[in-house]
Design a protein around this ligand. Sequence first.
Ligand SMILES: Cc1ncc(C[n+]2csc(CCOP(=O)(O)OP(=O)(O)O)c2C)c(N)n1
Length: 928
Amino acid sequence: MTWTPFSGVNAGYVYELYERYLQDPASVDAATRQFFEHWTPPTSEATSQPSTSSETSVDVTKVAAAVKYAQAIREYGHLGARLDPLGTPPLGDPSLDMSSYGLTEDDLRRLPASLVGGAIASATRNALEATEALRAIYTGGIGYDLDHIRRPEEREWLRDTVESGRLSVRNEPLDPDSLLRRLTAVEVFERFIHRIFPGKHRFSIEGLDMMVPMLDEVIALLAEAGESNILIGMAHRGRLNVLAHTLGKSYAHIFAEFKDPVRKQRHGDDVGWMGDVKYHMGGRRAIKNGSPVESIVTMAPNPSHLEFVNPVVEGMARAAGADVSKRGAPSFDPTITQPILIHGDASFPGQGIVAETLNLSQLPGYWTGGTLHIITNNQLGFTTNPVDSRSTLYASDLAKGFKIPVIHVNADDPEACIEAARIAFAYLAEFERDFVIDLIGYRRWGHNEGDEPNFTQPLMYSKIKNHPTDRQVWADMLVRRGVISPTRADDLVKEQTQELQNVLEGLDPERDFIEPRPTPPVPKTARRIVTAIPVERLRELNRALSTVPETFNIHPKLAQAMQKRRDAVEKVDERVIDWATAEDLATASVLEDGISVRLTGQDVERGTYSQRHAVLFDQVSGDPFIPLQALPQANAAYEIHNSPLSEAAALGFEYGYNVQAPRRLVLWEAQYGDFDNSAQVIIDEFVVSARAKFGLTPSLVMLLPHGYEGAGPDHSSARLERFLQLTGDINIRVANPTTPAQYFHLLRRQALLLENDPLPLIVMTPKSLLRHPLVISSLNELAEGHWQPVIDDPVSKPAKIQRVILCSGKVYIDLVGNKARPDHVAIVRVEQLYPFPAEDLQPILDRYTKANEIVWLQEEPENMGAWEFARPLLTELVKDRSVRYIGRPRNSSPAEGSASRHKANQEALIAQAFSVEVEENIADIIVK
Ligand SMILES: Cc1ncc(C[n+]2csc(CCOP(=O)(O)OP(=O)(O)O)c2C)c(N)n1
């Protein structure tokens, strides 16, 4: 007999039970009572030293062993669960074997069930029955991977829910025939397309067919609970099936997409429209399920880039649950919005965006009340086996670090799948935290329907070939149970096939093909929007923003700055408005106009450059105070959040928030502009192209600190060239403003255009210029001006100008701040780069009749910045004159690593700009 020390948690449990028995023998069940009648608790010596012969110590050892064994089943049972429909035996674990504890069936039979605890204890007669019941639960078709859950109340809830079986089909039966009909619809849909459109990609669901009934179950429960917004994000696999059956997209529409009729170009109203492949498109459906509230189920459109839709859907869910109609912070109601993310088993561990998104899940500015994750685990990623695609045992293991409960479920066990879906729903409702279902099945065909999977997975596919379909497995089960007749399943297949055949025969592809029709962008680039607001209104806003409650202990430096700002803004003509003040006033005025504002990004609350201080902290209590939330004039909510250290998920979330709530002003700020390339997928695939591909009209603002200040290759450029390269058919606006007043008008203009002319706005913003004496505006410029796409030089005698320097952004300040500026040079700022303001620029260029040199000056290397984009456009405008380039030569890196080299090169640029003769090759004077 192995001696097990009678100590630790398990012993504690036995003692607790024994205490209870001593106080009230009736408080424990009969078997336990009987056991304790003959039991003597061991002394402390006996617990620390092996005992050889005492009858009592043997019993105690068995008791402790039984408790441990039961605990191991709960914790590690998933290692013994039958999770693979293709029959791979479970990994197993010695802790799941009673003999590892020196236990026999007889031993367990003699011990009371109460040692096992939980709901099972009262339903069984002894520890053997209880542990067998535990094994049936924990090592069946579901693997409960819960031992990482830290919060005791959650652990308790999960254990009780699982062991009581209250959500199992035993307690809440499902309608077997309706499930069979559903699985028939799912399968026949795939088979029909397979036959009618051979070789065409559809990324069949087959092998994971239960995903659709699981979604049915969860969505019905959500709708019944009154969740008015159910937002789904998923990849290609099974998407057409989910679109057809979950989102209600008509078979006719899908078949028409397969036929892909040649559409006539619709002149005028399809500007920029390119569309996307059918398995990237989204869908929308309104349902009611016994609730007075209608639920809108939305599937977000997404690109091929796996998992990048995750933060987008989270942002959509956040927007759907947020009430921004009142002053102050918006409120968020998790009971009206539910994100569901469907992942692949290779992409979940492989794509970093998954971890970034999971990290958003509990952050105050990003929380969506818990997400349901379903990993559609077909045990393959394209041709790659799990052993090559992850370093973890399960595809879901990443979630464990976030303390998210995980259920693995065998996709061939429909009842287990439905139970998993119910547990997930109940957990989400109870704890409003994320939940993962790892749905383990297989992929009946190749990665796509043209692929030959036997090239790479011959053994797996020889099994799949002979493996009955999910529908067949369920139908066979129902026949065995005598629930349906042997012919029922085939009859259903025939009926469903006939239905599809009828649709196909009645198909008119031209008619049935329905493309989203994006609102065409407004082609005029220079639309004047009245953005100025009266001086008195500005002053009142400023007074409110620079006042803190009397009891608030503001940092003395900030108190001083506020006082200065309060006094300064009383002066109308003096240049007193710096960048941050302009932003603050623009935001306040937008809130007063009734448009809510959300600003996020790394360290935005203070501002990376300590410029914003949108959140003030009481120096005694540490409590925050947000003037824009306390603004008496505000008619909408304001929120600002420091984002986690993410760009891709952080930007994706804001894009999602924005497309869900396009009338709210949503801004994301990069810490330095360069870091936006960490979010390049979100920029390329969503922000700039959502209109062309998905028919959406995002209007997100991206604030990107940009400018050459000697900080090195990585803190200088927001990669302006990348945005300009991504422009076309008026998809975004790109601006590089040089004054606070311009920034003020630009932000207000963006807010005012949300309603009728929404476009994403990309802004190059300053760093050192935030406090530069030349970058200060007057209150009058806010009260009278408007956004100027181009700012001409206020030279008095244009006829004297021989050279016109066109430039954009910070380099302008370097030019005008330079004392060597000669009289024959005019400096024109191009503040808006896209849509390119040709109409504004033309009259300006025409004004300088004697200027035979038109120069484009930039601080970025020739292959970066705006030059290559602007060159052909300018060439057209200057007519018979030529356009010359002054700037750094082509390079692979945006800027010098040395501050002194930067300074020398910057000076060389300015000198060249002002010299009479432009050197042939700027490279000659650049310090290398
Ligand atoms: C970011 C990204 N990289 C590569 C691909 C190409 N790709 C498409 S599907 C696929 C396999 C995905 O495997 P998994 O996540 O398990 O989903 P499954 O296709 O098996 O359902 C790959 C690599 C892609 N779409 N996105």
